[in-house]
Design a protein around this ligand. Structure first.
Ligand SMILES: Nc1ncnc2c1ncn2[C@@H]1O[C@H](COP(=O)(O)OP(=O)(O)OP(=O)(O)O)[C@@H](O)[C@H]1O
Ligand code: SF4
Ligand SMILES: [Mg+2]
Length: 329
């Protein structure tokens, strides 16, 4: 987490990503993976994005980067609407993604230096062979790899080191904005903190802005300035990281937080574990009204009628729930 100024770098407005999926012979239906999501990320900021598996986190990241064409909505970057093919090409030089699985995202038959150099070659980001070599070594240095690693193959490395190679490759294009899609979930818990700290240091050194996706609130807590919570394609809460930790307002965020271990036993007792009943519904058959109503202890008939507005209830704290005031008094 670095200090941010107030300049908005990424501004997402009413983003929708619907996938057409087959539901029978010659029949298809839109799967609303992301359904009217709006948020912004300031320059130098880390926005954490959390929620259960299948709620649409990866799709948000991929759609922002235009790896999927948005079904609807606008993506603004540095004050400019990303719309035409040329806009997308320009944007791709400044924005990139780090993937979850360091095992499948790197070609095991390529050397570390070839993996890192691939984007340099594709975008012709050097003039001489020497410049290329120096840049590879610089990128390896950023992620704590040394020159002896350059000629070795990806399969020779541990998960944590492979993730470092993947990050070095992502940094090759000199990005300003990185979508980090669960970059530590596949790693041993013992090395997750090291890799998260590395993201933090790189942000300070290179002035990066992150959308940092995770299942686990513990993972994003320390690296995020603000945290957004998604449920079934919708954003249900967004606030400063400390605010979400200390005063979660949405029943779903409360349940996610109650699962996070707290070292202080007094606080742990006060925060009784809320176990959600039932599975997350399929986005193909989302409930009417509030998407969380089938699992919410506070649901009332009105919750089935319309989707609650994503409203700012105190400065910078947004919640989508019809009953925020009643539940939190
Ligand atoms: N290319 C696709 N075609 C059809 N459906 C898709 C596609 N990609 C994702 N989905 C569906 O969209 C929904 C959101 O998926 P997404 O991968 O964005 O969730 P996620 O929050 O990243 O989950 P996880 O935590 O498991 O990575 C899921 O129901 C998923 O099955
Ligand atoms: S709108 Fe209703 S169902 Fe949805 S979270 Fe609020 S109280 Fe629960
Ligand atoms: Mg995902």
């Amino acid at each position: 987490m670095s200090d941010t100024n107030n300049k908005v770098l990424v501004d997402i407005k009413h983003l929708k990503e619907y996938f057409n999926v087959n539901v029978g012979f010659f029949k298809s239906k839109p799967l609303k993976a992301v359904d009217d999501v709006s948020f912004s990320i300031k320059k130098g900021e880390t926005l954490g994005l959390v929620g259960e598996s299948g709620c649409g986190k990866t799709t948000v990241g991929r759609t922002i980067l235009n790896l999927y064409k948005p079904t609807a909505g606008e993506i603004w970057y540095d004050g400019k609407l990303i719309k035409t093919k040329e806009d997308i090409q320009e944007f791709r030089k400044k924005a990139t993604m780090v993937f979850q699985d360091p095992y499948s995202s790197l070609n095991p038959r390529m050397t570390v230096s070839d993996i890192i150099a691939e984007p340099l070659d594709v975008h012709e980001l050097y003039k001489t062979k020497e410049e290329r070599r120096e840049r590879i070594l610089e990128l390896m240095g950023y992620v704590g790899l040394n020159s002896e690693h350059a000629s070795r193959y990806a399969h020779e490395f541990s998960g944590g080191q492979r993730q470092r190679i993947g990050i070095a490759r992502s940094l090759a294009v000199n990005p300003e904005f990185i979508v980090c899609d669960e970059p530590v979930s596949a790693l041993d818990v013992s090395i997750q903190a090291q890799v998260i700290n590395m993201f933090d240091e790189l942000q300070d050194k290179l002035g990066l802005t992150y959308l940092f996706i995770a299942h686990d609130l513990l993972v994003v807590r320390h690296i995020s300035n603000r945290i957004a919570v998604m449920y079934l394609g919708k954003m249900v809460e967004l606030a400063d990281a400390d605010e979400i930790y200390n005063h979660p307002l949405h029943p779903y965020s409360k349940s996610l937080l109650s699962a996070v271990p707290v070292p202080d036993p007094k606080i742990a007792r006060a925060n009784k574990r809320i176990v959600l009943s039932g599975d997350i519904p399929s986005p193909l058959n989302a409930p009417s009204g509030c998407p969380f109503r089938t699992r919410c202890d506070y649901a009332k008939p009105e919750c089935a009628e319309c989707m609650p507005e994503f409203k700012e209830v105190s400065k910078g704290h947004f919640v989508a729930c019809h009953r925020t005031a009643e539940i939190n008094t």
